[in-house]
Design a protein around this ligand. Sequence first.
Ligand SMILES: [Zn+2]
Length: 90
Amino acid sequence: MVDAKSIKEKIGKQISKTKAKITPNLPAHKHCRMCGTDIHIKSEPRICKNQECVDQLEKQEKNDKLMRIMFGVFFIAFVIPIVLRLFSMN
Ligand SMILES: [Zn+2]
């Protein structure tokens, strides 16, 4: 037999557990993107004052820039000719 009451209790416990996870009693804060240390909510960029993290962010930004350039080149070299060919077919 299924005990409806105990199931209800279990579900109730699960819900209160989930609620506790959603609203933790922590003040608003951010984490450093690099090392995960708690930092001030208004910290910009989102990293701590550790020199290692500053260097890492700089490296990452350079990589991002390179990726964007590569994507732009790829787009011009491959996508535009395909699109043009599609249009000229009509
Ligand atoms: Zn850090």
